[in-house]
Design a protein around this ligand. Sequence first.
Ligand code: SF4
Length: 67
Amino acid sequence: MTDTLCWCCKHAVPKTDRKGRYIAGCSWSMYHTPVKGWECSTEVVYNWGGKTITSYRVSKCPNFERG
Ligand code: SF4
């Protein structure tokens, strides 16, 4: 089993420039909405402080950029 592609993607942590425009980030990292066209192999559900969180192991993503 491999880790999600997001761990080595520059969009995993949203960033803005001085004018507040996004220069990094994606629908997943900003809104927890899957990126259109990504491929994920496994769904992971875990408990975070009593709240159930759904996550994914992304294997391919059209927005991936190494970062
Ligand atoms: S762009 Fe794709 S690979 Fe990068 S953090 Fe977002 S979902 Fe993960």
